[in-house]
Design a protein around this ligand. Structure first.
Ligand SMILES: [Zn+2]
Length: 138
C-alpha cells in the first residue's frame, strides 16, 4: 500500500525503481520525469499488481496459521481414544488396560508374555494357544 501510494505521487522520480533496486532505471526516471510520464504510469500499475499480490499471499499464510495440519496421533491421543471406547462400553477394562500397557511401554518384557489361565505357563503374547497345555489363550 505504502509503495503504491509513493509510486502514485513520486513515481516520476523513479521511487518504484529505487524500491526494486533498478538504480540505473531509477536515475533515468529522475532525469526524464519518469520517461515523460510513461514509465511513471507503468510503475503505478506494477506497484498496484505488487500490492494486490501482497494482499493475496498473507491471506494464504493466514489460513495456514489458523488451520495447521493435524499433528500425528500420539500415544496419549490413542490412549484417550481407548478410554472413550471403554467409557462407551465398546471395549472391556482388560482390553483397555492391555492397550494402555502396550502404549505406555511396548518394549517392557513383562508385557510380551501372558500366563496361561489353566496351567500358569508363561506364553508369548502373540501365541493363540498355550505351548504347555494347548488351551486357548485370551
Ligand atoms: Zn496352559
Amino acid at each position: 500500500m505504502f509503495i503504491f501510494l509513493l509510486t502514485l505521487v513520486f513515481g516520476w522520480a523513479g521511487v518504484y525503481r529505487f524500491h526494486k533496486r533498478h538504480y540505473v532505471r531509477a536515475i533515468l526516471y529522475l532525469l526524464t520525469f519518469g520517461i515523460f510520464g510513461v514509465g511513471w504510469l507503468v510503475d503505478v500499475i506494477c506497484a498496484l499488481v505488487d500490492m494486490v499480490d501482497g494482499w493475496r499471499k498473507p491471506a494464504s499464510d493466514f489460513v495456514a496459521r489458523v488451520a495447521p495440519p493435524p499433528p500425528p496421533a500420539t500415544d496419549a491421543d490413542k490412549l484417550r481414544q481407548y478410554k472413550r471406547l471403554l467409557d462407551e462400553g465398546a471395549i472391556t477394562r482388560e482390553e483397555y488396560d492391555r492397550k494402555k500397557g502396550e502404549l505406555l511401554d511396548p518394549d517392557d518384557p513383562a508385557r510380551r508374555y501372558v500366563a496361561c489361565p489353566y496351567c500358569g505357563t508363561r506364553n508369548r503374547r502373540e501365541n493363540v494357544h498355550c505351548s504347555a497345555c494347548g488351551a486357548k489363550l485370551e
